[in-house]
Design a protein around this ligand. Structure first.
Ligand code: MN
Length: 134
């Protein structure tokens, strides 16, 4: 079964880039363009991994991450943050909100699929070992 990845990104060019980087792996790719849509999409589709732009309309990526981490379905879901305008302290804030990894833009299209694959594998191992359950 192919993993579902939710791409949360409001810039359509970046969405295209992210999809291109992940297409070869055959994942099911879902998209959301703002924080509210992101929460709806996540709740309705239960993605296996989330790519989270931080600068988003309506609800920013830090807030979306915090909200997701409060829900039992998303306690363990890998979340990769991507951001262009990181200021001092931002990375810490983003990781503290519950993101598992942090990538700065422009997205390295070779590195991203490697990180995604690694995190999905780790997630799979954790759930086999039973660590994925509370
Ligand atoms: Mn953005």
């Amino acid at each position: 079964m192919k993993e579902k990845i939710l791409i949360i990104e409001d810039n359509s060019q970046n969405v295209r880039l992210l999809k291109m980087a992940l297409r070869a792996k055959g994942y099911t790719l879902l998209e959301a363009a703002d924080g509210e849509e992101a929460l709806d999409m996540a709740i309705n589709n239960k993605p296996d991994l989330i790519i989270m732009d931080i600068q988003l309309p309506k609800v920013n990526g830090v807030e979306v991450t915090k909200k997701l981490r409060q829900m039992s379905d998303f306690k363990q879901t890998p979340i990769i943050a991507v951001t262009a305008y990181a200021m001092k302290g931002d990375e810490e804030k983003i990781m503290k909100a519950g993101c598992d990894a942090y990538l700065s833009k422009p997205i390295n299209t070779r590195q991203l699929p490697e990180i995604v694959a690694k995190m999905l594998l780790q997630r799979q191992k954790d759930s086999i070992e039973g660590n994925g359950n509370e």
